[in-house]
Design a binder for this molecule. Structure first.
Ligand code: GLN
Length: 284
């Protein structure tokens, strides 16, 4: 007879306690708080086998988020699969800055006619799981949010997150701006791939299991950034704002790209780890 407590204790040889709880909770379809309160519950054969299999996969390097198919972002639970990047806490900074920009934009347009005409138009490029686009759509219910991705598999994940969380999004299969010719937005956000192709981190840890197209982008990790920034002014409404997440060592290069593209009011912000992580500029 193996109890919850005994199964978790046995897993400690291979896994940190928090990860073991998440995996066992997933197998039992119970929240981690339930495990704590029921640690003398006896597990069935199938449950033990399911837990052993997930624990072995985790010990072999698969990310917990893919094993349980979920990751929390900005206080909501998102479905994830190996077709999408796992949402990161640092990306919440990008969302916070976008929310602040949208709030300013809404104040400016409040005096105008009809609510819909004044709805903030937002574009999330390379949406992946949709965590940024869905969060913005839910936090600003009046906004019209477009979520674009080159990957149909990623868009399917974004669609399921939008449906589960009740967000209204327009999904668009697009290589950055390619399918958005002639369209302008008040706010464009992106967490593009930005890791240098030769960065050893790509071959280590959880990153090995994530889509490389969502992580790496050319020798300096700046290829996607260059394309997005160069094309952004043509897709920003006058006064429109662009925000981009980038790598720990890319702040100077990104500032230069934003300035070269003619964007003004360039701002750079640090994440919780003190790293300049998000940069942005406005179309004049
Ligand atoms: N922040 C991620 C990492 O370093 C990279 C995400 C990205 O390339 N957009 O793991």
């Amino acid at each position: 007879m193996t109890t919850v407590a005994a199964a978790l204790a046995a897993a400690r040889a291979k896994l940190p306690a928090g990860e073991a709880r998440l995996l066992l909770g997933h197998v039992l379809q119970r929240p981690v708080s339930w495990l704590m309160a029921h640690d003398d519950e006896v597990l069935g054969e199938a449950e033990l086998l399911g837990f052993a299999s997930l624990a072995a996969r985790r010990a072999g390097g698969e990310p917990v988020a893919y094993l349980v198919g979920r990751r929390e972002f900005f206080g909501r639970e998102f479905v994830v699969s190996p077709a999408v990047l796992i949402p990161r806490p640092e990306t919440e900074l990008l969302v916070e800055l976008a929310l602040a920009s949208a709030a300013c934009g809404a104040m400016v347009s409040e005096g105008g006619a009809g609510a819909d005409r004044n709805a903030v138009k937002i574009l999330d490029l390379g949406t992946g799981s949709g965590c940024i686009a869905v969060t913005l759509a839910l936090e600003i219910p009046s906004a019209r949010v477009t979520a674009a991705d080159i990957s149909a598999a990623a868009l399917a994940v974004a669609r399921s997150n939008a449906e589960r969380l009740g967000a209204s999004l327009r999904l668009c299969e697009s290589d950055w701006f390619a399918a958005l010719a002639g369209e302008c937005f008040d706010l464009i956000v992106a967490n593009p791939p930005y890791i240098a192709a030769a960065d050893p981190h790509l071959a280590a840890g959880d990153l090995r299991h994530e889509p490389s197209s969502a992580l790496s982008s050319g020798a300096e990790g700046l290829d996607a950034m260059r394309r997005i920034i160069a094309a952004a002014p043509a897709h920003l409404a006058p006064g429109g704002q662009l925000w981009l997440e980038h790598g720990y060592d890319q702040a100077a290069a990104v500032r230069q790209l934003l300035a070269t593209a003619g964007l003004t009011g360039i701002e750079q912000h640090i994440d919780l780890a003190g790293i300049v992580r998000v940069s942005g500029g406005r179309r004049y």
